[in-house]
Ligand binder design. Structure first.
Ligand code: IPM
Ligand code: MN
Length: 360
């Protein structure tokens, strides 16, 4: 099969981890007889440096013309980097938000899995971590608080800022359908997270989720409030299978869920549009403090490439092979610094990528 991939290496550790993911994809292509045409484009801080804006029309066009986008990470240190002296629409993050909106990437899938090999890295008490957990956060990505009307202005001489949280029922339904569909392929449980005791948008969200539940009788739907969910995530993460939620709630809860796995460098993500198109990136950030030192963990980027094979290219066997190779390398005791524990062998980013590629 031939597939076109737009590659955005981005900033910080982005270039080094994406290089490892590409190494793994080259190996998949060779092993399974595929051809991946890769086009590298800039987005984020590196694009600001080169073109004065975080997302150019050229980058957007290359992405639109591809079957999928593989991304590293964007942004820098928000207190020291000159990018954060720019007006907000010219900062690195604005490029990512605009890319999500323009490509219609409304469904963000963030799997949070506690790898049995990495249980020691888990920040939770042993009696909780020993149960393990494997959940998927389905975050709405092109609406809600991130994309509602906003402004800052003086009202009667007092500086006032407004952000709005708006959803229509169609936006809620399409993300709900994605959540129920993946739940059917997993443990058939959906937890819809909202703030229905306060917000109108949440009450509409709940109503639409209830309507959808009637169409998926095999799936158990449960509603939970976002504050209580933040608590449950550290108390008993094993109770969750698929969690579906508003953009901002999902941003916060997915970082929390990632952290309790103890290894944000392990967690991939997929941002899907209607149809097969998607953008794949690690859940973690650009980690400018360790950039260029061969210290970063490339596994999240490699597992993001596996999600691309699975969700955009329907290459299930190939995706399984990548995930198996990752598990095998962990079983053999290889670790990057972030997940290192006693008795294991510490390796750098490049070596970790090679070890995984060799096992496919
Ligand atoms: C994420 C990031 C982004 C977000 C930033 C970089 C705009 O935190 O992907 O979770 O808030 O969505
Ligand atoms: Mn985030």
């Amino acid at each position: 099969m031939n597939r076109k991939i737009a590659v955005i290496k981005g900033d910080g550790i982005g270039p080094e981890i994406v290089t490892q993911a590409l190494k793994v994809l080259d190996r998949v292509a060779e092993r399974y007889g595929h051809t991946f045409y890769k086009t590298e484009v800039l987005m984020g801080g590196c694009s600001i440096d080169a073109y004065g804006e975080p997302l150019t029309q050229e980058t957007l066009s290359v992405c639109e013309d591809s079957h999928a986008v593989l991304m590293g990470s964007i942004g820098g240190n928000t207190t020291t980097s000159p990018w954060y002296q720019l007006p907000s629409h010219l900062r690195p993050e604005a490029g990512l938000l605009s890319l999500r909106k323009n490509l219609g990437l409304f469904a963000n899938l963030r799997p949070c899995v506690l790898y049995p090999q990495l249980r020691a890295a888990c920040t939770l008490r042993e009696d909780i971590s020993s149960k393990g957990f494997d959940m998927l956060i389905m975050r709405e990505l092109t609406g809600g608080l991130y994309f509602g009307e906003r402004r800052t202005e003086a009202v009667d001489g007092v500086m006032t800022a407004v952000d709005t949280l708006k959803y229509d029922e169609n936006e809620i339904r399409r993300i709900g359908i994605k959540a129920f569909e993946v739940a059917m392929k997993r443990r058939k449980k959906v937890t819809s997270v909202d703030k229905a005791n306060v917000l109108d948008s949440s009450r509409l969200w709940r109503k639409v989720m209830n309507e959808l539940a009637a169409e998926y009788p095999e799936v158990t739907l449960e509603h939970a409030l976002v504050d209580s969910t933040a608590m449950q995530l550290v108390k008993d993460p094993a109770q969750f299978d698929v969690m579906v939620t508003e953009n901002m709630f999902g941003d916060i809860l997915s970082d929390e869920a990632a952290m309790v796995t103890g290894s944000i460098g392990m967690l991939p993500s997929a941002s899907l549009a209607e149809g097969k198109f998607g953008l794949y990136e690690p859940s973690g950030g650009s980690a400018p403090d360790i950039a260029g030192k061969d210290l970063a963990n490339p596994i999240a980027a490699i597992l993001s490439a596996a999600m691309m094979l699975r969700y955009s290219f329907d290459m299930m066997e190939e995706a399984d092979a990548v995930e198996r190779a990752v598990a095998q390398v962990l079983d053999e005791g290889y670790r990057t610094g972030d997940i290192m524990s006693e008795g294991c062998t510490q390796v750098g980013c490049d070596r970790m990528g090679s070890l995984i590629a060799e096992r496919i």
